[in-house]
Design a protein around this ligand. Structure first.
Ligand code: 5RP
Length: 223
C-alpha cells in the first residue's frame, strides 16, 4: 500500500476516535501536515457538531476554513480535550520528532494545552531510536549562528533550512546525525540555548495515543 493510503487510514482512525467522543461545543486542536489534511477532510462531515478548532499553523487554519470549520484563538479556549497531529518520527514511548512542516512551536503549545494528544502517522514513522529524521529547531533569526555553534558542541550537525520563515517570523535549523538515546535530556538541553524558541522533540509531552496507518488497517500504540 502507498504511504499516502497509510496516512489516510490513520486519519480515518483519528476521525472515528474523535467522533465517538464528540461532545456538544467541543473545540479540538488540529495539527499540520499531509496526514492531518486527510483528517480535516474527514472532519468536514461533522463540522456542524463541532464548536470549532484551534489550528497549529496558518496553512491548517486556511484549510479548516475552506471546509467551513470555525477556527479559534487558543487564548479564548482553555484546555482542549483532544489534539490531533502527525509526526516525522515516533518511538515506542510515544516520544516524537515534529516540525518537518515548520509548525513545531504552535504544535508544542497546543499539545501542552490539550488533555489528549492523538498522533497519526504512516508506518514508516515508527522507529526504535529517534534521530534519523533531522531534528528541527526554531530560532530567532539573529541568533541562528550562535545557536548553530552550540548545537555542534552537543554533537549535532545543524543545517539552515533555506527560504523558510515560520508562522512566528523565525528560522529553522535542522540537526542531522543525532542518535537520540535520551530524548528528554536533549529536549531540555536544546531549550537551554539562548535564541532557541522551540525544538521539535516532543519527549516531555509526547503523544498519548499513536494511530499508525498500515496495509492491514490502523494499529494503535499506547505506552
Ligand atoms: C509539521 C509536522 C507534521 O506533523 C509532520 O511533518 C508530519 O507531516 P506529514 O503528515 O505530512 O508526514 O510536524 O510541523
Amino acid at each position: 500500500m502507498a504511504v499516502d493510503e497509510q496516512k489516510r487510514t490513520a486519519a480515518r482512525g483519528a476521525f472515528d476516535y474523535v467522533e465517538k467522543r464528540l461532545e456538544n461545543d467541543m473545540v479540538i486542536g488540529v495539527g499540520t501536515g499531509s496526514t492531518v489534511d486527510y483528517f480535516i477532510t474527514e472532519l468536514s462531515a461533522i463540522a456542524h457538531r463541532l464548536a470549532g478548532t484551534v489550528a497549529s499553523s496558518v496553512a491548517t487554519a486556511q484549510r479548516l476554513k475552506e471546509h467551513n470549520i470555525p477556527v479559534f484563538d487558543l487564548n479564548g479556549c482553555g484546555m482542549l480535550e483532544i489534539y490531533v497531529d502527525g509526526a516525522d518520527e515516533a518511538n515506542h514511548n510515544l516520544q516524537l520528532i515534529k516540525g518537518g512542516g515548520a509548525a513545531l512551536t504552535r504544535e508544542k503549545v497546543i499539545a501542552a494545552a490539550s488533555r489528549l494528544f492523538l498522533c497519526v502517522a504512516d508506518e514508516s514513522k515508527l522507529v526504535h531510536v529517534l534521530g534519523e529524521f533531522p531534528l528541527p529547531v526554531e530560532v530567532i533569526p539573529m541568533a541562528r549562528s550562535h545557536v548553530a555553534r552550540q548545537i555542534v558542541k552537543l554533537g549535532g550537525d545543524p543545517v539552515y533550512r533555506e527560504a523558510c520563515v515560520t508562522d512566528n517570523g523565525n528560522h529553522i535549523l535542522d540537526i542531522y546525525n543525532l542518535d537520540i538515546m535520551d530524548p528528554r535530556k536533549l529536549e531540555q538541553a536544546l531549550n537551554q540555548i539562548t535564541g532557541v524558541v522551540t525544538n521539535g522533540l516532543f519527549a516531555e509531552r509526547g503523544a498519548d495515543i499513536l494511530l499508525v496507518g498500515t496495509d492491514q488497517g490502523v494499529r494503535t500504540v499506547t505506552c
